[in-house]
Design a protein around this ligand. Structure first.
Ligand SMILES: C[S@@+](CC[C@H](N)C(=O)[O-])C[C@H]1O[C@@H](n2cnc3c(N)ncnc32)[C@H](O)[C@@H]1O
Length: 272
């Protein structure tokens, strides 16, 4: 019961996370650093080789497949993995022949991402640095792509938008896979469903309004929506049917445009 109440409170807090609007990005950064350092420390203590071993034929859900399909021709390109965390995207891009720089606010995550790159033998193409996406220390116009999975929703989009656009080459692309808030009232209902909510103190899904504001720093933006019925199947009792709903979701979303309003994730593609 205690866990259930805690879960409801966590979801309700992330509906309109006040940290997103926090004036001081440095306060947000230090909370995020503390949270993710702990997370990474556990992974470093018992490095799970099976989890981190790169598998070219790994089966991904549709949203990840779409995200990586936008990064098919990246051999020789310069890429910034924003909020690189465990380094999964970093390793995948390096395996595809890109020169990739990963940045993260958490030093322990950077240590973990380095271990991941070494383990998968791509260190020569990878540069990993502790840095905040709110203040990038790179020169203007140097990256062909800026990418991130589960990145933007941890950031102050005003600061990050300016910085990401600044370091991208003209015509360069920023591509992110992020959780989305469909409607506030859906989030309230969702909070009553007893599934574990996993969110860092500065996190909280993105609204279309926030994405619209972020897109001001780019010349074009294109969202692609995912996760409709599949969301219901996070209930433990229904979980084993979840993957079967991926294709149903894709079918419905592509045919009935209005359903995108109810989707729980999107891949966002911006061009500078
Ligand atoms: C969900 S994890 C990202 C997972 C990662 N993209 C992957 O695929 O392995 C979110 C990451 O964002 C990082 N983060 C949060 N705020 C940040 C900031 N201001 N600048 C850089 N990284 C930040 C956290 O330290 C954490 O590692």
């Amino acid at each position: 019961m205690f866990n259930y109440i805690k879960n409801v409170r966590t979801v309700l807090k992330t509906i309109d996370n006040p940290l997103k609007r926090l004036e001081s990005a440095s306060k947000k950064d230090s909370l995020e650093k503390e949270f993710w350092d702990k997370e990474a420390e556990e992974c470093l203590l018992s490095f799970d080789e099976d989890l981190f071993r790169y598998d070219e034929n790994e089966e991904f859900p549709p949203r990840h497949r779409y995200f990586y399909s936008l990064l098919e021709s990246i051999r020789g390109k310069h890429i910034l993995d924003c909020c690189c965390g465990y380094g999964f995207t970093t390793v995948k891009c390096a395996k595809r022949g890109a020169y990739i720089t990963g940045i993260d606010i958490s030093p322990k995550m950077i240590e973990l991402a380095k271990k991941n790159a070494e383990f998968n033998q791509v260190s020569q193409n990878v540069n990993l640095e502790v840095m905040s996406a709110h203040k990038l220390s790179f020169e203007d116009n140097i990256f062909d792509y800026v990418v991130g999975i589960g990145a933007l929703h941890h950031l102050n989009l005003e600061l990050a938008g300016k910085e990401i656009s600044r370091v991208l080459k003209p015509g360069g692309k920023a591509i992110f896979l992020e959780p989305r808030i469909p409607f506030k009232w859906i989030m309230v209902l969702r909070s009553l469903i007893p599934v574990r909510c996993y969110e860092s103190p500065g996190g909280g899904s993105l609204s279309d309004r926030e994405v619209h504001q972020f897109s001001r720093y780019f010349s074009t933006s294109k969202p692609q929506y995912f996760i409709l019925l599949r969301k219901l199947f996070r209930l433990p009792i229904l979980k084993r049917f979840a993957s079967k709903l991926d294709s149903t979701d894709l079918y419905l979303i592509n045919r009935c445009q209005f359903l995108k309003k109810f989707c729980w994730a999107f891949v966002l593609e911006f061009t500078k």
